[in-house]
Design a protein around this ligand. Structure first.
Ligand SMILES: *Cc1c(COP(=O)(O)O)cnc(C)c1O
Length: 446
């Protein structure tokens, strides 16, 4: 197949050999209609499709690319590492460095295991929680997405929310019955489920800031209550920070809200686009893992040297002092979450963008909600504020689809579904964001 084959032709061919033509459902554009783009390359804030059209990218591979596409430093270091081999199936020095470094970002992760995808991290954390507590039930929130883990594809968000198939075929009812689900931000439901089932619950797993039914903020004290209830009933609290980790702050949502979980799952940004994820937490829980402990977990490519190299580079960059636009007062740059840090700079630039967008929505009295935190956001096409899955599902997905395609036409690539987050990266400069703002404004027009 030659370069420049149209996305449309590629999709037709893809459907012959790949189910629905894609390797992950939401890529098929079913939620917005039309043909999915086939991407040839990315650089900085931009991606190019097979036909050579250029888009300003706010999907960022669904979050990992906080430093944009193909950052030079990462490309160079990967090229060097590649020459040393791609996998050994034996331990490497860099894995130890990375475990130590993750601990420095997430002090709750006293011990950590590396895996290859967010799904794998969550699946392992859930098994570990069951093994550690000797209990069977898992509690999650409606619309919470944790990868395609059998036990957690119950009232799941992301692809599930998009397609309205909360339960996948192929998951035994007997297993699904062990999963309890409650609405997010519902304090009474949380208390009630623990009163009724608390002693059977191995773990409460949630995204501390749900981002797979669109971005939804936890109400004040909700996460604290989750911490209290799990503690009281001897269940583990698992924060799935696959999106929020290294995004909302250096130490994720647990640092941002100052709530300490027992176990944490990381992924996405950790590898900057390479397949790596991690789960970790309290020492005595993690020590239940094989070979010392009874909970089995393994992986041929776990701790893959290329992925680990990428992760070390990502964390170094996140730690480095931030914007070169700041005055060269080095003392100001020492804090890694302060206003001059990488994330501090990104977050304040994002905040200015969100404020302008919110102002436009209010001024024009549009039935649209902008939910945002740090550098991620969702525009819900509904007049009512969105605080849980039920509210998110009230969005007018037809209007979203129109909006999405309008923006695409003007060269802005958003996440192709109402129920996903969009991401601003450090490579989105002020002029990119100004351009995005004017396109989004035009995009609202039906
Ligand atoms: C993306 C995601 C996962 C799954 O990660 P994969 O790498 O796609 O398997 C799990 N949890 C959350 C919160 C995610 O956003």
């Amino acid at each position: 197949m030659k370069h420049g084959t149209s996305s449309k032709n590629l999709f037709t061919l893809a459907k012959k050999f790949i189910p629905s033509g894609v390797n992950s459902p939401v890529r098929a554009f079913r939620a917005v209609g039309g043909n999915p783009l086939f991407i040839r390359r990315g650089k900085g804030a931009f991606i190019w499709d097979e036909e050579g059209r250029c888009y300003l990218d706010f999907c960022a591979s669904w979050g990992p690319l906080i430093f944009g596409h193909a950052p030079e430093g990462l490309v160079n270091i990967l090229r060097r590492e590649l020459a040393n081999g791609t996998s050994f199936g034996a331990s490497t020095r860099k894995e130890v460095e990375l475990a130590q470094k993750i601990y420095s970002f997430f002090p709750s992760m006293e011990k950590v295991r590396l895996v290859s995808s967010g799904t794998e991290a969550v699946m392992s954390a859930v098994r570990l929680a069951r093994g550690f507590t000797g209990r069977k039930k898992i509690l999650k929130i409606d619309g919470g997405y944790h990868g395609h883990v059998d036990s957690l594809l119950v009232k799941a968000g992301s692809g599930g929310a998009t397609f309205g198939i909360p339960d996948s075929a192929g998951i035994p009812e007997e297993l699904a019955r062990l999963t309890l689900s409650i609405p997010f931000n519902d304090f009474r439901a949380l208390e009630r489920v623990f009163k009724k089932e608390g002693r059977q619950i191995a773990a409460f797993i949630l995204e501390p800031i749900p981002a797979n039914m669109g971005v939804i903020l936890p109400q004040k004290d909700y996460l604290e209550l989750a911490r209290q209830m799990t503690k009281r009933y001897g269940a583990l609290l698992i924060f799935d920070e696959v999106i929020t980790g290294f995004r909302v702050s250096k130490g994720g949502a647990q640092e941002y809200f100052k709530v300490k979980p027992d176990l944490t799952c990381l992924g996405k940004i950790l590898g900057g686009g390479l397949p790596i994820a991690a789960f970790g937490g309290r020492r005595e829980i993690m020590d239940q893992l094989a070979p010392a402990g009874p909970v089995y977990q393994a992986g041929t490519l776990s701790g893959n040297p290329l992925a680990v190299t990428a992760a070390l580079w990502m964390l170094d960059r996140l730690q480095a002092s931030g914007s070169r636009l700041q005055a060269p007062d080095h003392k100001m740059h020492t804090s890694s979450s302060g206003p001059c840090s990488v994330l501090g700079t990104l977050n304040s630039r994002s905040e200015i963008f969100f404020n302008k967008l919110r102002h436009f929505i209010c001024e024009n009295e549009m039935p649209v909600q902008l939910n945002s935190v740090a550098s991620m956001f969702t525009l819900f096409f509904t007049p009512d504020s969105v605080t849980d899955y039920v509210a998110a599902k009230k969005s007018n997905t037809k209007r979203f689809a129109k909006f999405f395609h309008n923006c695409l036409e003007y060269g802005i690539y958003l996440a192709p579904s109402q129920f996903e987050a969009n991401f601003i990266s450090t490579v989105h400069n002020d002029s990119h964001l100004e351009r995005a703002l004017s396109v989004l404004k035009k995009g609202f027009i039906q």
